[in-house]
Design a protein around this ligand. Structure first.
Ligand SMILES: [Zn+2]
Length: 81
């Protein structure tokens, strides 16, 4: 089982605490239930197409804010296609 790790390389399973939160018994980091921690060290790449579309549109469809998605993907996600 490698489904729950704190992402810090502690090598221990997360422990369920309360309110849907999981805590690493080694370093004490708390991760809310439902937040994937496989890619939590990479910034931007895990952004959903819908969130990316919102940012993209709010920046005037600037290519700097396409987050790796195509213009068509972003427009479709935002309902503009
Ligand atoms: Zn840890």
């Amino acid at each position: 089982m490698a489904s729950y790790g704190c992402g810090k390389g502690c090598g221990v399973d997360m422990e369920y605490i309360d309110n849907g939160d999981w805590e690493c018994p080694s370093c004490g980091i708390v991760i809310p239930f439902g937040v994937p921690n496989e890619d939590d060290t990479s910034t931007g790449e895990s952004l959903s197409v819908w969130d990316a579309a919102e940012i993209y549109l709010s920046n005037g469809c600037d290519d700097d804010y396409c987050f790796g998605y195509s213009h068509e993907d972003l427009m479709r996600a935002s309902g503009n296609l």
